[in-house]
Every structure is written in structure tokens, then in C-alpha cells.
Design a protein around this ligand. Structure first.
Ligand SMILES: NC(=O)c1ccc[n+]([C@@H]2O[C@H](COP(=O)([O-])OP(=O)(O)OC[C@H]3O[C@@H](n4cnc5c(N)ncnc54)[C@H](O)[C@@H]3O)[C@@H](O)[C@H]2O)c1
Length: 418
């Protein structure tokens, strides 16, 4: 059987921990033969783990693109602001591309990249991993089967577990719009993608409310120091006290991302000097920690989305109202119920638990991507074209939130292309 070859650009959490392990499990289908990563420790760790020759380890994608195409596929798993430009260069080189979301932090650049990708004859897909989970794909299949008639309205909640909020969006790499992007674009484009997938039409109008409500300096308890380890008097009653997150026995995610030395001393040092030891009220973060979006689609479907950061567990929940029934879904319990208005029956669909993290989406997209590369398919499920809509909704929502206006999405798109 033919085996696909790949290079990883960005050996961080997503690239090295979430996608690359697929090659370990399926070595007859996919092999990494190169890595581009400026962080030496991460680069060397990845090279050792995947047996990559020193001559195929690069200091970043710039150095990689100086070479002729090295492999069939390229996984671009760099940070939010390093997606569109390297993706274009990867197209010039002729790689099959797996690109992390968001496709760009600039709306016009998203339009241009999606347009350029239309004519590209290789696989080019975006990491909207939720579409590859059995949970969300089974709900889509139920909708498409006509079980609830025509979709009329959608309610979707992204209940971000507190630990994710504090680690990623308050102390971590996604906490500042200047270096990452607004949370509605960088994170919630996943949710807006699912909503528009289920709505089955383009979005006509969007309005959004919210902002950074809690993790602000004025909410710090009296006398709280800059860092938790600087003798904070509130260590016993603060749910955000850093040592309780990172100095436990568990060195899996999120602790695995605070440094490369996972010994107790190494982690202590990371908390003393790095971003993850900072008081949550003194992080200079500015991304919203509370946001609501209301949408009207061109086929009359309306949708409400809300982002809540104080959840106990990862629990995306949905209610999809149809003309003949209703679907109520809960990702935490991994099940959904289909109610029929005609018979009053309730069918409970229990999804078999995935042995992979996050409902199997990361594994699912890697399987899909590898199969596309091996079969010469372009990949339609999360193509650039089909992934564009949710980005446009997200950018329009952010415009609405900041300017206090209801945004006509097509007028907004026209304003980008003028
Ligand atoms: N699809 C999803 O479900 C999902 C979930 C979380 C995050 N993400 C996205 O994945 C992306 C990466 O997130 P992460 O958590 O892995 O971040 P990360 O910081 O752990 O990893 C990014 C890596 O890119 C490296 N890098 C920086 N400049 C580079 C360059 N020029 N060339 C090559 N590598 C370079 C960094 O050193 C870092 O190791 C982000 O855009 C994020 O929004 C997607």
C-alpha cells in the first residue's frame, strides 16, 4: 500500500500532540519526514519522536520553503497570525495542505485565500475538527434524513470549561487579540461553522454582544501579587491559583504546554517566570470572556450562539427546532434526542465514546486528510470554500459587537472587496 509523506510546520500543541500521533498509529499510511519549528526543544523532540533526519529539520516555514517540495503533504499548525501567508507559499510549492483555523485573522485575506484555493488541484482543508466527530456528523445526518422536517431555529452554547478559559484565553497564547485574534474568530468559528452547516444557507444578518467581563485587573482581590507564587494571600480560595493547575501529578494537557521540562522543578520555574504563573487578573488579556451572537440565514433559519467561560466540563449543547420535530444535544454526555411532533416519540441517540480526545475530531480529520492525499481527492468536507462562511459570520459578529450595529453579512463582504 502507498504511504503518504508529510512535513509538520509548527510542532506545538496542535501539530505535535493532536495531529501527528495519527502517523504513529498508522505508520503504513502516513510518515513525517520533515519538521519546521523555531523552538529548538520542540523541533528536536519532534524529530527524535518521528525519526526525522537533521537535514530535514528547519528553523521555521521560511527555511522550509527555501527547499524544493520535501513531501506530499504539509500540516500548517502555527499560531493564529501565521496561517494565510504560509498557506499561499505551500500552494506555490504544490503541497497537499492541512491548515489550522482560523484561515486568517483578516477577513479580506480569508476571502482571497478561499478564492485562490478554488482553483488548487491538491487537497486543501481547514481544521474544523468538529465536523469530523461522530457527535456532530450524526446530528447532521439526522437533520438531512428529514427527522425534524425543515430546520427553523438553532440554539448553540459553547460552555468553555474554566480550565480552558484560564489556561488558553486568560493566561495563554489566545489571550491577546494583538498576537492571536478575537475569540469569536479564533475559537468560535468552530461553532459558527456547525451552525451554518446545519442551517444550510448563507448568513444574512448578524448582531453580537459581550466583552471582557471578569478577568480584568479591577477584579483582582485586594493585595493580589503579579504571580500566584509571590505569596498570594488568596491561594486557598482562588479557583484560578496556578499551582493547583500545573503542579499536580497530571502532566497531560494543559500542563504539557507550559514548558518542555515536566519535572516538578521545571514546572515550578515555568510558573515563576512564564505566562502561566501570572495572576489571572494581571495578564494583560483582552479577548472577550462572554459573547452572544444572533444570526438570520437567507433561508429564514435563525440562530443564537453563546460563549460562556465558567463551565465545569466541555459541554457544547444544542437545540435544533424543526417543523416536524426537535433535536436536543449534549456533547458532554455524548448523546442527542430526536423528538417527533407527529407521534410524540423520543429517540435517544447515544454516540459510542471515542477512544480519541475531543470526540475523535482530530483523529477523524487526520484520517480524512491522509485518505484524500493517498487518493488524490481535494477534500470537500472542510474545504477552504465551505469553511469561509463561518469566518465571515465571525468577522461580522465582531464588527457588530464593537460598533453596536446589526451587520448585513453580504454588504460587509462587498465592503471587503471594494
Ligand atoms: N482545530 C482546533 O480544534 C484547534 C484547537 C486549538 C487551537 N487551534 C489552532 O491551532 C493553532 C496552533 O495552536 P497551538 O495551541 O498548537 O499553538 P502552539 O503555540 O502550541 O503551537 C504553534 C507552534 O508554531 C511554532 N511556530 C511559530 N512560528 C513558526 C514558524 N515561522 N514556522 C514554524 N513554526 C512556527 C511555535 O513555536 C509553536 O511551537 C492556532 O492557530 C490555534 O487557534 C485549533
Amino acid at each position: 500500500m502507498k504511504k503518504a509523506t508529510a512535513v509538520l510546520a509548527g510542532a506545538g500543541d496542535r501539530g505535535a500532540q493532536c495531529y501527528a500521533p495519527y502517523a504513529k498509529e498508522n505508520p503504513w499510511k502516513l510518515g513525517f519526514i520533515g519538521v519546521a519549528e523555531p523552538d529548538r526543544a520542540k523541533r528536536e523532540a519532534f524529530a527524535t519522536e518521528y525519526g526525522i533526519a537533521p537535514g530535514r529539520c528547519f528553523n521555521g516555514f521560511d527555511e522550509l520553503f527555501e527547499q524544493p517540495r520535501l513531501a506530499e503533504a504539509l500540516l500548517l499548525c502555527t499560531g493564529d497570525r501565521l496561517h494565510a501567508a504560509p498557506a499561499r507559499r505551500a500552494m506555490e510549492k504544490g503541497y497537499h495542505i492541512l491548515l489550522e483555523k482560523p484561515m486568517s485573522t483578516d477577513a479580506a485575506e480569508c476571502l482571497e485565500l478561499a478564492e485562490a484555493a478554488k482553483g488548487y488541484d491538491k487537497t486543501f482543508i481547514l481544521c474544523f475538527v468538529l465536523r469530523y466527530t461522530e457527535f456532530f456528523s450524526s446530528i447532521k445526518a439526522a437533520i438531512d434524513s428529514g427527522a425534524i422536517g425543515a430546520v427553523n431555529a438553532i440554539l448553540h452554547l459553547e460552555n468553555i470549561p474554566l480550565i480552558d478559559q484560564v489556561h488558553a484565553f486568560t493566561r495563554g497564547v489566545f489571550s491577546e487579540t494583538a498576537s492571536a485574534c478575537p475569540i469569536i474568530i479564533g475559537h468560535c468559528c468552530h461553532d459558527l461553522d456547525i451552525i451554518s452547516w446545519y442551517a444550510g444557507a448563507k448568513c444574512a444578518r448578524v448582531a453580537s454582544f459581550g466583552g471582557l467581563t471578569h478577568f480584568r485587573s479591577e477584579n483582582a482581590p485586594p493585595g493580589a501579587p503579579e504571580r500566584c507564587l509571590d505569596g498570594c494571600a488568596h491561594s486557598g480560595d482562588c479557583p484560578y491559583y496556578a499551582p493547583n493547575y500545573y503542579l499536580t501529578e497530571d502532566i497531560g494537557w494543559p500542563t504539557s504546554t507550559i514548558g518542555t521540562d515536566m519535572s516538578f522543578e521545571g514546572r515550578l520555574e515555568a510558573l515563576r517566570t512564564g505566562p502561566y504563573g501570572r495572576c489571572v487578573y494581571r495578564c494583560g488579556n483582552d479577548v472577550a470572556d462572554n459573547q452572544t451572537v444572533i444570526m438570520e440565514f437567507e433561508n429564514g433559519v435563525t440562530a443564537t450562539f453563546a460563549l460562556y467561560p465558567f463551565a465545569s466540563a466541555n459541554a457544547r449543547t444544542m437545540k435544533i427546532m424543526g417543523t416536524k420535530g426537535e433535536i436536543r444535544a449534549n456533547m458532554a454526555s455524548n448523546e442527542f434526542e430526536i423528538y417527533s411532533h407527529l407521534t410524540g416519540s423520543r429517540q435517544l441517540v447515544k454516540i459510542k465514546p471515542s477512544r480519541y480526545k475531543y470526540g475523535g475530531g482530530d483523529h477523524g480529520i487526520m484520517q480524512y486528510f491522509t485518505d484524500c492525499v493517498l487518493n488524490g481527492a481535494r477534500g470537500s468536507l472542510t474545504s477552504m470554500e465551505s469553511s469561509l462562511e463561518s469566518h465571515l459570520i465571525a468577522f461580522a459578529a465582531e464588527k457588530s459587537r464593537l460598533e453596536g450595529v446589526c451587520v448585513d453579512v453580504r454588504d460587509y463582504v462587498k465592503s471587503l472587496t471594494r
